[in-house]
Design a protein around this ligand. Structure first.
Ligand SMILES: [Zn+2]
Length: 342
């Protein structure tokens, strides 16, 4: 394996910054809120009460007026902690995450990949999300969402959107990517991660229905670290997760305890399994698609899952996925959810 920007990105996202800091002698950890840990003394300057690690983003921040102020990823941390250049910190992170499987590449090649990776991570889609949501709302809500059973409350809650030509232009400029205009449905995962979905009414045939831009993050991922939320429905697509949430609203109006997660593709099962090792104990209800890939992914999660969690399965029966079941037989989905939650 040659080091690529994707590898750097994955290693930095998933190599635990907490575990790395834990190896530093004589630092103490104290929970300071949901997914937030105070580290004392500050591993960078030795003073107290200003260095925090954020578990759900796997980042740190030092609230200090000293030299150690600022924050970032595990790569930024190593650069500041060991006082080494970025390339050296990247090599360390890659080696810790992948072992020795990678091919050592020249510093120049590595620098090019680092530059690509750094640029990729700079995307902030907040302006795009706002504009696309406004466009969708002002145009009377897209038929597409209605056809898939997604109501106004969820469109608002998740700021779902629709792209017009001018928003596409801004997005293309931001990402330096040519984007097919048929992918006009915007599903925000976070301000750093968005999914564009093919709108079938726009025509065209595409192998993949989605384009993921920015960070690879799961829909509602940040909620996994919330201890008060102890039930997780995990689906493949965002529309399946939204269908589960819509159906759940027919059971009760409060969903303070429930997370509706989407991993977007069964290709992300390994990442999901790595993530659930780090979260507080939960009841995890797997609601993957009713096909061989979904079946295999379900088996894989069950095999890899941490013993602290409790697993349940929600199958979509004769329907290909949860969204289809919700559209065809919403009552059945509600009944199945009730049963699994009992
Ligand atoms: Zn400090």
């Amino acid at each position: 394996m040659k080091i690529t920007q994707e590898m750097i990105f994955e290693a930095k996202s998933y190599l635990s910054i907490i575990d790395y800091v834990k190896k530093i002698p004589s630092v103490q950890f104290k929970k300071a809120g949901v997914g937030k840990v105070l580290v004392n003394p500050c591993p960078l300057c030795g003073h107290y009460d200003h260095f925090f690690v954020y578990e759900y983003t796997n980042t740190y921040y030092s609230f200090s007026t000293r030299q150690c102020s600022g924050g970032g990823s595990i790569i930024d941390f190593i650069m500041n902690f060991k006082k080494v250049p970025r390339a050296e910190a990247v090599r360390e992170v890659i080696e810790l995450y992948y072992g020795n499987k990678f091919v050592v590449i020249s510093d120049n090649e590595l620098k090019r990949e680092i530059k690509k990776e750094v640029n990729r991570n700079e995307y902030d889609f907040e302006d795009i999300i706002k504009k696309a949501h406004k466009y969708l709302v002002e145009n009377g809500y897209s038929k597409y969402f209605k056809n898939r059973g997604i109501g106004r409350n969820l469109i608002k809650k998740y700021r779902l959107g629709y792209l017009n030509e001018s928003i596409f232009n801004i997005l293309e400029e931001k990402t330096s990517k040519k984007l097919p205009r048929q992918f006009s449905i915007l599903l925000p995962v976070s301000r750093k991660s968005i999914i564009l979905r093919h709108d079938p009414s726009q025509g065209g045939r595409f192998e993949n229905k989605y384009i993921v831009l920015g960070k690879i993050e799961f829909f509602n991922q940040h909620e996994l670290f919330d201890e008060a939320k102890d039930i997780v429905f995990v689906a493949e697509g965002i529309f399946d997760a939204l269908s589960l949430e819509s159906a759940y609203q027919k059971i009760t109006v409060t969903n303070d305890r429930v997370i509706f997660l989407s991993i977007n593709s069964v290709a992300n099962v390994k990442k999901f399994a790595e993530l659930i090792v780090k979260i507080p104990p939960k009841r995890i209800i797997i609601a993957f698609d009713n096909d061989p890939a979904g079946e295999q992914a379900r088996e894989e999660v069950i095999k890899k899952i941490d013993k602290k969690h409790k697993i349940d399965i929600l199958k979509s029966g004769k329907y290909k996925d949860i969204n289809e079941m919700y559209l065809e037989e919403p009552g059945l989905l509600v009944a199945k959810m009730r049963k699994v939650l009992d």
